[in-house]
Every structure is written in structure tokens, then in C-alpha cells.
Design a protein around this ligand. Sequence first.
Ligand SMILES: Nc1ncnc2c1ncn2[C@@H]1O[C@H](COP(=O)(O)OP(=O)(O)O)[C@@H](O)[C@H]1O
Ligand SMILES: [Mg+2]
Length: 138
Amino acid sequence: MGLIIFNSVEATQAFGESWATDLTGGEIFALHGVLGAGKTQLVKGLARGLGYKGDVTSPTFTIVHEYRGGRLPLYHLDLYRLKDENAGIDIGLEEYLPSDGVTVIEWPERLASILPPQTRHWELEVASLTERLIRQRE
Ligand SMILES: Nc1ncnc2c1ncn2[C@@H]1O[C@H](COP(=O)(O)OP(=O)(O)O)[C@@H](O)[C@H]1O
Ligand SMILES: [Mg+2]
């Protein structure tokens, strides 16, 4: 698919929204990129695409947010504060790999060795104040 440039928050969200169309449950998205790269904005769009009506906020302190009420449950993991893989296993994160719904993981490198092979890896980069680059890792 190559490199995609998004010039606004709305464009990034619209891309996440477009992912929702053909999801059936069990998909796992790993979003790589620094703080502020737009990972959570992508998840907001995906939640909207799945028909979720509520707010989507970063689960930085709780590790997992579950969004229900859309076409499929959405599980949003932010592993920024996860100490190591064992800590992730201790709190039951394997349950989301895969889940009955759609799993999206910020800071996925924190659980690298237990991410299943079907995980779709995306890399996000900050290009400027308002531009983000997104590419799928082959
Ligand atoms: N094109 C863009 N796409 C996404 N976010 C953008 C864009 N331009 C600026 N931003 C800003 O960058 C920040 C992205 O935040 P967020 O999605 O929470 O990042 P992350 O979850 O990767 O840490 C937000 O403050 C947003 O307003
Ligand atoms: Mg985030």
C-alpha cells in the first residue's frame, strides 16, 4: 500500500474509520509510533466506523478500554506503562490476542513475542505539526 500522508486529524480518523468496513472479529492491529503520532486518533476513527457512539480516550493508565455498542466490540490497549511482557500476561492481555472483537494495540513492542502472526502492523510518523505518515509494515 505504500506511504500515506494525512494532513489533518480528520484525515487520520477517516482512515481508521475505513478499516472498520470488512472486519469480522478477531483482527489485531498493532500501531507503532512515538507519542503524538496519531495512534489514538486512528482508534477514534475505527470506533466510529464500527458504530460506537461514545468517547474514545487513551487507556494509558488502565491499559485496556473496551468499547461496546458498535457492530463488534473494540478493545483498545495502550501498553506504554506496561513494565514487561510478564506483566501483560499477568493482567490477562492474552485474552485480546485475538478477541471476540477487534483489538488495537498502542506500544505493541511491549508484547512483541506474544503477538500472533496475523497481527496487522502499522507504523506512524510525525512529519510536521499537522502531518502524519502512515505505512503498513510488510
Ligand atoms: N494529521 C494528524 N493526524 C493525527 N493527529 C494529528 C495530526 N496533526 C496533528 N495531530 C495531533 O497529534 C496528536 C496525536 O495524538 P494521539 O492520537 O493521542 O497520539 P498517540 O496516540 O500516537 O500518542 C493530537 O494532539 C492531534 O491533534
Ligand atoms: Mg495514544
